[in-house]
Write a new protein. Structure first.
Length: 494
C-alpha cells in the first residue's frame, strides 16, 4: 500500500529548520521546501531540437553497450533509423551538391520534405527500399591523373548518413587510437600532430611510407561483409550495405556491375574502408608490434595512407615483408612506387654523412613533406612544408580562374583571391611552413598583377602599386596552428 502524506507531514516539511539551528530556538526564516519529484520520469533529459523532437538517447546506450561488451553482436539496430534521424541526415547534406542518377536536388526534395521522409522511412523498414547506381565522374589529381568519384542518389545519401550515425556508435568504441581518417572529432591535423610528436619523442630511425594501390576499388566485398558480421547481427543493416555495394556504377550512360570495391564519394564508403582496414591492418599491426618487434614502433593511419616509424631497421624490413603477405590474403597490394622504406630521424643525417651519402630522404603525408632539419640551437627539428606538387596545382587553378575573372571589378577579384589564400592558410599555416605560405601569397599577387596588366595595352600598374592593392585584400602570411606537441598534449593528455 502506497504512503500518502497527510497535511501534518507537509507542514513539518515547510518549517524545516536551517542547518546548525538550535532545536529549542526559533529560526527567523524557515528553509524553502524541496521541490517534488513526481513526474520527473516523464520529462526530457535533453534539450529539444529545432525539429521539435527530443534528441534520442538510444545511440548513447548503443555506444555504452559497445564499450562494455567488446565481442557482442548487435541484433536490433534498424529501429534507430527513425524519422528524426533521417531528417537530421537530410539537413546535414550539402545544399549545392551534384545530383545523382535520380536527378533530384536538395531543394527538390525539401519541397515535400515530411512526406518524402515518411515514405522513405516506410520503405526502409518494410524492405522495399532499393539503392540506385552511382554516377561516376572523374576529377583531376595533383599528379595529373584522374580520380574516380561516385555521386549517389539523394535518398541513398540520406539513408547512408543515418546508417553511418548508427554504426559509428559501435565502431568508434572499437577503432584503435592510431586510426584518424574520416572519424568523428578527428581530422587531418590530428594525424599530423600525432605523427610529428611520435617522431620527435620516440627513437625513430626508419620510416615506412606505405600506400595501398587502388584501395577503394580493391576492397573484397565478401571479406567486408564478414568483418561487419563480427559486430552487426542485424541482417537488415547488412542487407542495406549489400544493396549499396551491388548497386553498380553508371558511367557515360552505361551501367556496370560492382563486384569489388566501394564507391568512392559515397557517404558510407569511408566508414566501410575503416572497418576493412581495422581488421586487415590495425588489429594485426598492434599485435605484431606487441609480440614481434624488438624495438620501438609507431603507427599512424589516415584512411589508406599508412606511416610507420621503427627504431630498428631489421624490424622495418621484416614488417614490410609480412605486411605484403598479409595484404595479399585480403586482395590488397602495396603501391610499388609510393611505398618506401627510408632512413629518417634525429640521427639519420649523421649516419648518412658518415657513410658518404647525401641528406636524409623525405616523405609526404596529408599534403606535407616531412624533412629532417635542425633548430637554431642545433637540435633535431621535424620540418614540415607544403608539397611542391600541391602548391603548383593550386597556382595553376588560380591562374585559370583569373583568366575567367579578368574583367571583374577589383573588389570582386580581391574578395575571391582573399578567400582562396585564407583557405590555403587555414590548412597549411603550420609551424616551419612560413616560407610556403609566403611563397603562395607572392605568386598570387604576381598572377593578379599580370591579369590586371592584360586588361589594357597601356597599363601603368607598377609592382609597388600592386603590393599596396594586395595588402588591402590578401591576408598577411602568418602561422595559424600551434606546435604539434602543444595541441596534442591538450587533446590527448597523459
Amino acid at each position: 500500500m502506497m504512503y500518502e502524506p497527510e497535511k501534518s507531514d507537509s507542514a513539518i516539511v515547510a518549517v524545516k529548520l536551517a542547518n546548525k539551528a538550535a532545536v529549542s530556538k526559533a529560526v527567523a526564516e524557515p528553509v524553502e521546501p524541496r521541490a517534488g519529484t513526481k513526474g520527473n520520469t516523464q520529462q526530457s533529459h535533453t534539450r529539444r531540437t529545432q525539429c521539435r523532437s527530443s534528441v534520442s538517447q538510444r545511440l548513447n546506450r548503443v555506444r555504452n553497450a559497445a564499450r562494455q561488451r567488446r565481442c557482442e553482436k548487435f541484433t536490433a539496430l534498424l529501429h534507430h533509423m527513425d524519422f528524426d534521424l533521417l531528417l537530421e541526415s537530410f539537413l546535414a547534406l550539402k545544399r549545392g551538391a551534384a545530383a545523382g542518377v535520380d536527378k533530384v536536388t536538395w531543394e527538390d526534395y525539401e519541397a515535400q520534405l515530411e512526406g518524402n521522409l515518411q515514405d522513405l522511412h516506410k520503405r526502409i523498414h518494410s524492405g522495399a527500399y532499393r539503392a540506385l547506381p552511382v554516377t561516376r565522374v572523374f576529377i583531376p589529381k595533383a599528379d595529373g591523373r584522374q580520380r574516380p568519384l561516385g555521386i549517389a542518389a539523394l535518398e541513398d545519401k540520406i539513408v547512408q548518413r543515418a546508417t553511418v550515425a548508427v554504426l559509428n556508435a559501435i565502431y568508434e568504441e572499437d577503432f584503435l587510437g592510431f586510426s584518424y581518417g574520416f572519424r568523428p572529432k578527428r581530422g587531418q591535423h590530428d594525424a599530423l600532430d600525432a605523427l610529428s610528436v611520435a617522431i620527435s619523442s620516440t627513437p625513430v630511425n626508419w620510416i615506412l611510407d606505405a600506400d595501398i594501390k587502388g584501395f577503394f576499388d580493391a576492397v573484397n566485398q565478401d571479406w567486408l561483409i564478414r568483418f561487419l558480421r563480427h559486430r552487426i547481427g542485424d541482417e537488415r543493416i547488412i542487407r542495406l550495405v549489400q544493396k549499396w555495394l551491388k548497386a553498380g556504377v553508371l558511367e557515360e550512360g552505361q551501367w556496370q556491375s560492382s563486384d569489388m570495391g566501394t564507391p568512392q564519394g559515397a557517404v558510407i564508403s569511408p566508414l566501410l574502408a575503416n572497418i576493412y582496414l581495422h581488421y586487415v591492418f590495425d588489429l594485426w599491426a598492434k599485435q605484431w608490434r606487441k609480440r614481434e618487434a624488438k624495438g620501438k614502433v609507431i603507427v599512424v593511419r589516415y584512411a589508406d595512407d599508412i606511416v610507420m616509424g621503427f627504431e630498428l631497421g631489421t624490424d622495418a624490413r621484416r614488417f614490410l615483408d609480412v605486411m605484403r603477405e598479409r595484404f595479399a590474403q585480403f586482395g590488397l597490394e602495396l603501391h610499388g612506387e609510393k611505398t618506401r622504406l627510408i632512413e629518417f630521424g634525429r640521427f639519420a643525417a649523421y649516419r648518412r654523412k658518415r657513410r658518404g651519402l647525401g641528406k636524409p630522404e623525405t616523405f609526404t603525408f596529408l599534403g606535407f613533406t616531412f624533412i629532417c632539419a635542425k633548430s637554431r640551437q642545433g637540435k633535431f627539428l621535424l620540418w614540415r612544408k607544403t608539397r611542391a606538387d600541391r602548391m603548383r596545382a593550386k597556382l595553376v587553378e588560380i591562374r585559370e580562374q583569373m583568366r575567367k575573372r579578368m574583367h571583374h571589378t577589383l573588389p570582386e577579384q580581391g574578395a575571391w583571391l582573399g578567400s582562396v589564400v585564407r583557405g590555403f592558410n587555414a590548412y597549411h599555416a603550420v609551424p616551419t611552413n612560413s616560407r610556403s605560405i609566403g611563397a603562395l601569397r607572392y605568386h598570387v599577387v604576381e598572377i593578379w598583377w599580370k591579369s590586371l596588366r592584360r586588361r589594357s595595352q597601356k597599363s601603368n600598374l607598377t609592382w609597388d602599386r600592386m603590393t599596396k592593392l594586395a595588402a588591402i585584400w590578401l591576408p598577411t602570411p602568418r602561422i595559424l596552428h600551434p606546435w604539434p606537441q602543444q595541441r596534442f598534449a591538450v587533446k590527448y593528455p597523459r
